[in-house]
Write a protein that binds this ligand. Structure first.
Ligand code: NAP
Length: 240
């Protein structure tokens, strides 16, 4: 059984899959969760093919029951949680006057509500890890849109600001118990999420998912005394 264990949400592609792969290299037992079962199964097969221990949970994380299902499956297999990666997220662009309530709710429910629920459901395991080694980690994927508001992406932007604010609050509330939280704030990353813009921005000119995973590896390497509240990832020309 692995000595450390992690949950990664949105682990079936892009940033989440790169983080899961990196954590496998680092010896973590993994729970990989994402929405579409077939896509997740293919990603998990690849990670298991690298010799990793993976619990696979297809879950729609806009649902409270599905969040609980992911945590229960992880708890049953590993009984501990050293790193929680709240990475699943969606962005749906629209002018504010054309906001569709269903899309508004979907972004709020996945991008911020599910993160709050994951903290709540995982808190006992995170506290136990914090008491054991003072280095329990929660990594929340925000965005550069969580640092400055963006036109036509106002709801996404608001949810990602909320992720930064909630991360700060969690450090105030939980760091004393050895639970440290970090918000990742990337600009364009070459993942399926940015396919819509690849006619204008070449994939090679985007940040790689593996770059974000290296940021998480860095977080694992710092001392228990060190909190890294945010990491920005920008590209040449991006406002830094
Ligand atoms: N790519 C960028 O430029 C960029 C920049 C800044 C921040 N981010 C953030 O990075 C995170 C990862 O995005 P990505 O770029 O890696 O995109 P991605 O490749 O599209 O991955 C998104 C992941 O989230 C999962 N997901 C979506 N809706 C879900 C739901 N309702 N329940 C459970 N899982 C769900 C997806 O599974 P399915 O495919 O099955 O839905 C997939 O595994 C997101 O929070 C995003 O906002 C991305």
């Amino acid at each position: 059984m692995a000595e450390r264990a992690a949950i990664v949400t949105g682990a079936s592609s892009g940033i989440g899959l790169a983080i899961a792969r990196m954590l496998g290299e680092e010896g973590f037992g993994l729970t990989m969760a994402a929405r579409r079962p077939e896509k997740l199964a293919a990603a998990v097969e690849g990670v298991r093919g690298e010799g990793r221990d993976v619990v696979e949970v297809a879950a729609n994380l806009t649902s409270e029951e599905d969040v609980q299902k992911v945590v229960a499956a992880h708890r049953e297999r590993y009984g501990r949680l050293d790193l929680l990666v709240n990475n699943a997220g969606i962005g749906i662009g629209a002018p504010v006057g054309e906001t569709q309530t269903k899309r508004l709710d979907m972004q709020l429910d996945l991008n911020i509500r599910s993160i709050v629920l994951f903290y709540r459901e995982c808190l006992d395991m995170l506290k136990a890890a914090g008491a054991e080694h003072r280095h329990a980690l929660v990594v929340n994927t925000s965005s550069i849109a969580g640092q400055r508001g963006q036109a036509w992406l106002s709801i996404y932007s608001a949810t990602k600001f909320a992720v930064v604010g909630f991360t700060q609050s969690m450090n105030q509330e939980l760091a004393g118990e050895g639970i440290k939280s970090t918000a990742l704030c990337p600009a364009f990353v070459d993942t399926p999420m940015t396919d819509f813009v690849k006619g204008e921005v070449d994939a090679e000119d985007m940040i790689r998912p593996e770059d974000i995973a290296e940021g998480v590896r860095f977080l694992l390497s710092v001392s228990p005394a060190c909190i890294v509240p945010e990491i920005m990832f920008v590209r040449p020309g991006d406002p830094a």
